[in-house]
Design a protein around this ligand. Sequence first.
Ligand SMILES: NC(=O)c1ccc[n+]([C@@H]2O[C@H](COP(=O)([O-])OP(=O)(O)OC[C@H]3O[C@@H](n4cnc5c(N)ncnc54)[C@H](OP(=O)(O)O)[C@@H]3O)[C@@H](O)[C@H]2O)c1
Length: 247
Amino acid sequence: MPTYVIIGASRGIGLEIYLAEFVANGGRQNVHVLQADVVDDAAMKKAAENVSGIGNGAVDVLIHNASRQPHSTVHRGFFDYPDGGELDKDFLENFKANALGVVHSVNAFLPLLRKGSAKKIVVIGTSMGHLDFTWKLRIETGVAYGASKAAADLIVTKYAVLLEDENFIVTGLLPGLVDTSATAIDAPDEETIATLGRRMEKLKKANPNFDTTPMKLEAGVHQLLEAIQSLTPADNGTLKFAGGHKF
Ligand SMILES: NC(=O)c1ccc[n+]([C@@H]2O[C@H](COP(=O)([O-])OP(=O)(O)OC[C@H]3O[C@@H](n4cnc5c(N)ncnc54)[C@H](OP(=O)(O)O)[C@@H]3O)[C@@H](O)[C@H]2O)c1
């Protein structure tokens, strides 16, 4: 049975992936929960060391899902910060969690992934970090979050190049719109709801067939897991849309 490590499983999509694994394993016996902050390189290495003591210490699939995206700041544009200091702080915190966090995860778990047979590294991305989406739909908001997730996409490509000769499949995977409101740390205020509404209008304008209703969590995760299972070596270094959706 393949071993999965899911980074960022306390809420939202990550929690649902964890629950899917829990059910698939028929109970808790083969499912282990560890706590670590992706910003903290030493903590991630410690987590990997703990995982190495479980079973044969090999990991087949690493799903890096962790992401910092509180409603209170995630949709901000360049001029939505009270001052330059707050802007700098938000950009740096996003970069540390969403981009550097991927590096800490992959570096920590790579020795265990090398012992595994599937050798899949999947980093969950977002259209908000996608250049085409940003330009074609004229999305000027979500600057810090989007820039940090775009950096994560490049990091995925760098690892794909590095690990190509070892037959790894390193891929960015976009889930599409998934309703994670039930476990969100904060609720969107009126301004955020209005920003989101404008973004959905742009999506609808760009693609009148686009369904702007977020997928139910279970359906979104099912789609992600199917996409992960069907990855082949040809997908190394790609950025894929789960379920074949575009944006
Ligand atoms: N939901 C969507 O519609 C959607 C759309 C496009 C892309 N995505 C992508 O899908 C992924 C999951 O999204 P979601 O909506 O499920 O997010 P979410 O509900 O906000 O959950 C984010 C997860 O990341 C963890 N996390 C955040 N910072 C962390 C840190 N420093 N160290 C370790 N874990 C950390 C959180 O744990 P703690 O809070 O416990 O730290 C939580 O488990 C993200 O990569 C996001 O960019 C989601």
